[in-house]
Write a protein that binds this ligand. Structure first.
Ligand SMILES: [Zn+2]
Length: 539
């Protein structure tokens, strides 16, 4: 007996309305069996008929010549796209030795001009309908957006979930904290997109694809690339503005206010850093300064970041040095940048002294690890209990849903019960997100354990501390939980009072803190700044 394969298709909208693949397949099957074929394969696609490159249809293509016939329910299930392409594909099947059938039209002979006129007309009609559907849905969408609703997307932005009932985006508790980190790294630490991507990868942070369980063509889990970070940092969605209709050139895009994940100050700062990086075309900072993001200014309480000064000297500036970031947007809180090389040297010398006694260091380190683990243990237990409860709720819900069909308990009552379960579940999921975030940040320190221990081993064996790379040094500082505070003290001011030109010497008090190292306080003249009227340039 001859074999046939069925190819069915529903658009995503039709699928929502429960128009099923099964009905189409059943009709095709009945039709072909009536013609004495056996159905050897059934394929289905869910999505637009505009393109012929669809998984189901492609599977059928791969079997051309091996199966005697291919059957579609009606023409528009086959194609709503370009007529010539569609007709050519039918011709190709026929030439490969697979007869083409359409239920209701019978066997299609693509060399029969009269019959092809009919097929063309139907293909034309199918394509026209698609245009109408697109127009209808986009008008409907515009109305929804006008009413302040956010539309669901196939792929959501990292950090967000979609609440279809409210038509609103909500924070994804696992992803959102990482978005905040990305913005902070970019804005405060001035890391470029590539450095951020690398750091996320190092920390094994899952991407949106990973969290959705979508397999990727290349690369494994937790693969972040430069471009995806760039798309996150520039997207106004993170400061609470959702935009729709950007691609439509005829109508102005609409925006909807959503909860802001990033506060406006941080968002603006990140934009400025991006702009600068683009302008300089240097793609951001390639290496961390030893103290970027580790050192804090005691005057303004904000972190120091590394900046490039004249003659390509690196310096540490704090955010208090920039009027735009002060509370009133005008007052400069701190004056004078610090020579980065000098500060790094002082701090590293102090740490190096401690590193020369690795035994003590390792002991203290292990002690701290133990404390950390003990600290997070209750959270961990709580987390697994919550997860078990969520599973139990899912089970309960499934039972209620099943009971809907039984009709033993009234539907209204069941819906109420299901609502209750949903609410309980959401509460636990929120709590889980919170806990996971807390455990995540706690785990950051433990990430470097192995690397740190390997380093300690090298130190014990007597490696030359001068051979440590900047990355090694940063690893060590992170592992030791070292924090550095720089206190500013203006020592001397020289200059012309009238013009305001002159210079001042800033001295700094560096305080290095950590559990294993006694607080180290170094006082040193760190920088000289030139004063010119009210604006100040440094070093
Ligand atoms: Zn400051």
């Amino acid at each position: 007996m001859k074999t046939a394969m069925v190819v069915a298709r529903v658009s995503s909208e039709e699928q929502k309305k429960n128009r099923s693949i099964e009905t189409q397949t059943k009709k095709c099957r009945k039709y072909m069996e009536g013609l004495d074929f056996t159905i050897s394969h059934e394929f289905a696609d869910c999505g637009t008929g505009k393109f012929l490159d669809r998984p189901g249809l492609n599977s059928a293509r791969a079997l051309a010549g091996k199966v005697d016939a291919i059957v579609f329910h009606v023409v528009d299930r086959f194609s709503r796209g370009d007529r010539l392409d569609a007709a050519n594909l039918l011709r190709w099947f026929q030439d490969e030795g697979t007869e083409v059938y359409i239920v209701g039209m019978g066997k299609i002979d693509t060399y029969d001009e009269d019959q092809m006129d009919d097929v063309y007309a139907q293909l034309r009609q199918a394509a026209k309908e698609r245009e109408n559907i697109v127009r209808r849905t986009s008008d409907g969408n515009r109305e929804r957006v006008d009413a302040g609703k956010v539309l669901g997307r196939k792929r959501l932005k990292y950090g967000f979930d979609y609440d279809p009932q409210a038509g609103m985006l909500k924070f994804n508790h696992i992803e959102a904290p990482w978005v905040v980190k990305i913005f902070k790294w970019h804005a405060y630490e001035r890391l470029g997109f590539l450095a951020i991507a690398n750091r996320l990868q190092e920390l094994a942070v899952p991407t949106k694809f990973d969290n959705l369980g979508i397999p990727k063509k290349k690369g494994g889990r937790c693969k972040w690339d430069l471009a995806s970070i760039g798309r996150i940092v520039i997207d106004p969605i993170y400061r609470g503005v959702w935009t729709w209709g950007k691609k439509n050139t005829e109508k102005t895009p609409l925006t909807v206010q959503i909860p802001a994940m990033i506060d406006p100050e941080l968002w603006e700062l990140a934009q400025e850093v991006s702009r600068k990086n683009r302008k300089r075309n240097s793609g951001g900072k390639k290496h961390d300064g030893l103290l970027s993001g580790i050192a804090t200014c005691s005057c303004c309480g904000r972190p120091f970041y590394q900046s490039l000064q004249r003659e390509r000297r690196l310096a540490y500036e704090c955010y208090g040095q920039r009027a735009v970031y002060s509370p009133d947007g005008k007052t400069i809180l701190c004056h004078g940048a610090f020579d980065a090389e000098l500060v790094d040297l002082i701090v590293w010398n102090a740490i190096e002294n401690v590193l020369r006694e690795p035994d003590k260091l390792i002991l203290g380190y292990q002690q701290r690890q133990k404390e950390k683990i003990a600290q997070i243990q209750p959270d961990k237990e709580y987390l697994s209990r919550l997860r078990a409860e969520v599973d139990a709720l899912d089970f309960k819900r499934a039972n209620y849903v099943k009971a809907l069909g039984d009709g033993v308990i009234p539907h209204a009552e069941l819906y109420q019960l299901i609502d209750g379960v949903n609410k309980d579940k959401q509460e636990r999921i929120d709590k889980i997100g919170e806990l996971e975030e807390r455990l995540n940040t706690a785990a950051l320190g433990t990430l470097t354990v192995e690397k740190f221990e390997a380093l300690c081993e090298r130190i014990v064996k007597g490696i030359d501390l001068d051979q440590l790379t900047p990355t090694d040094k940063i690893e060590i500082m992170r592992a030791l939980d070292i924090t550095v505070t720089i206190h500013r003290r203006e020592a001397e001011r020289k200059g012309n009072k009238k013009t305001g030109r002159g210079s001042a010497t800033i001295s700094g008090l560096i305080r290095i803190e950590n559990l294993d190292i006694a607080p180290e306080v170094v006082s040193v003249n760190l920088s000289t700044m030139r004063l010119r009227n009210d604006t100040t340039t440094f070093i």
